[in-house]
Design a protein around this ligand. Structure first.
Ligand code: NAD
Length: 292
């Protein structure tokens, strides 16, 4: 059984990005990422912090914009608008979820699609469906595909089952893996909460991907002998023995499932680190598309 090391692959992606940044700097070009945080949610704060820290480590320009929880929709739209026109900023990310009084869909639609490095704007969603290489693909699905590529796990003709149909993970990942070309050409099934005989559907999979948000949901009866399992889930479970009282687990019951797999991602250290790496990679792409 191969343990898919997302930390190592993300480091490889970031090293490639650092090399590109050095080449661009020699030409006087400096890609920039703006990260907007509204409110005090500790998990969002941590995500934003690590994105900005990664930019700093790579010598990439970034702007962290922290807004109070009471920020109005109008004020947030004004911030996005300003960033759309900021020539030093090529990627814009508004950390999800915003406070409940904010209409997240309207905010995503206000971001210039050319700076939408999260790939959530309808123009980019359509671009992915149309297999337009210039479209931005959401970072977590892109990270999952990159892991499969790096470990030479063939997707062509493979039966892939994805559990979860969100616009952040499940749906874009399905489009990515069924698209023509390298890392695609798979036969994809998207399962969800209304799926009949979910374990039976999942047992068809050569590659099973869990993006559900339920700790340890995928047990050994979901998994065909020799399958590849990618665990996207990030769930906090109470753990009195841990320093902060909780630990992070995936959607897959790792101990039970791993012995049946040919390859599997751990949580943490699997898909998680890939998301930030692909965000940086998308920001370099945005700069390239804007400046040529
Ligand atoms: P979501 O809540 O938007 O979607 C969950 C999906 O799971 C839904 O489509 C739902 O139909 C499906 N589902 C729920 N219960 C089910 C059941 N009993 N049987 C079958 N399907 C069921 O979540 P999301 O944003 O897609 O995130 C999913 C998980 O991935 C979460 O744990 C999240 O934290 C994690 N995540 C990780 C990263 C990363 O960087 N690794 C990024 C995004 C999300």
């Amino acid at each position: 059984m191969t343990l898919i090391d997302g930390k190592a692959v993300s480091q490889k992606v970031l090293t490639e990005c650092a090399e590109k940044l050095t080449r661009l700097a020699a030409q006087g070009r400096k890609p920039g990422l703006a990260v907007v945080l509204v409110g005090e949610d500790p998990a969002s704060r941590a995500y934003v912090g690590s994105k900005v820290k990664t930019c700093a480590e790579l010598g990439m320009h970034s702007r962290k914009i922290e807004l109070k929880a009471a920020t109005t929709q109008h004020e947030l739209l004004a911030v996005v608008e300003e960033l759309n026109y900021d020539p030093d900023i090529h990627g814009i990310l508004v950390q999800s979820p915003p406070p409940p009084h904010i209409d997240e869909t309207a905010i995503v639609r206000a971001i210039d699609p050319r700076k939408d490095v999260d790939g959530f704007h309808p123009v980019n969603v359509a671009g992915l469906a149309l297999e337009d290489g210039a479209a931005f693909v959401p970072c977590t699905p892109l990270g999952c595909q990159r892991l499969l590529l790096e470990y030479s796990i063939p997707t062509e003709g493979a039966r892939v089952v994805i559990i979860g149909r969100s616009m952040i993970v499940g749906k874009p990942l399905a489009l990515l893996l069924m698209a023509k070309g390298r890392g695609g050409n798979a036969t994809v099934t998207v399962a969800h909460s209304r799926c009949r005989d979910l374990p039976g559907v999942c047992r068809e999979a050569d590659i099973l991907i869990a993006a559900i948000g339920r700790p340890g949901f995928v047990t050994s009866d979901f998994v065909k002998e020799g399958a590849v399992v990618i665990d996207v889930g990030i769930n906090r479970v109470d753990d009195a023995s841990a320093k902060n009282g909780y630990r992070i687990v995936g959607d897959v019951n790792f101990e039970e499932v791993a012995p049946k797999c040919s390859a599997i991602t751990p949580v943490p250290g699997g898909v998680g680190p890939m998301t930030i790496a692909m965000l940086i990679s998308n920001t370099l792409k945005a700069e390239r598309l804007i400046h040529g």
